[in-house]
Design a binder for this molecule. Sequence first.
Ligand code: 5RP
Length: 220
Amino acid sequence: MTASLADAKKRCAAEAALQHVQAGSVLGVGTGSTVRFLIEMLAARPGLVRGAVASSNATTALLDAAGIPVLDLNEVSQLPLYIDGADEATRAHQLIKGGGGALTREKICAAAAARFLCIIDESKLVATLGAFPLPIEVIPMARTLIARRLEARGALPVWREGVVTDNGNHILDVHGLSIADPRALEDELSSLAGVVTVGLFARRPADMLLVGTDQGCVTL
Ligand code: 5RP
């Protein structure tokens, strides 16, 4: 798929998500190239949202540039809606996220939100999660310990060298996982000492998938 075709599908999903944004509300805003289209659309509708909770420093910068007030989640009593992309998604709305390294704050926003809309192009829709390497954010001192634990269960963790998350942590991209039961794997990996966040969004999946396709946006 060419970049411009993929972009058209991402834009289409973002446009569909915009229809769900209530005027005067506070919006949770994810991270990545698909969400970037949403932020452009919000910039073209000044005053549509009262403010936004950002899932990363990168998104904070884009919201600032768009003139959208960025609010601290601690000061927001309600987050009615969170919109974010994903690296992989199933028809059961379970996701792999964290390709952009923002998985921890993304998971917090998803947990806080009454509704979570996931916007993707159709290339992200899969039958089974796991072809995309699973990002795991880890406390730096635990990186090799966690990597050994993952190797012991037959996976191949690759340190995303040079990347430090917004929370000061490291990321392992885990190849070769068989994700037959995403909820069980999310629980298992989350319980390893030193793991901050697993990029599986199965316990709190998206509520709706908006998928950009050749034929327009499809809602699942
Ligand atoms: C960032 C994410 C993104 O949602 C995911 O990587 C998808 O990004 P894009 O919209 O650029 O394909 O999880 O941590």
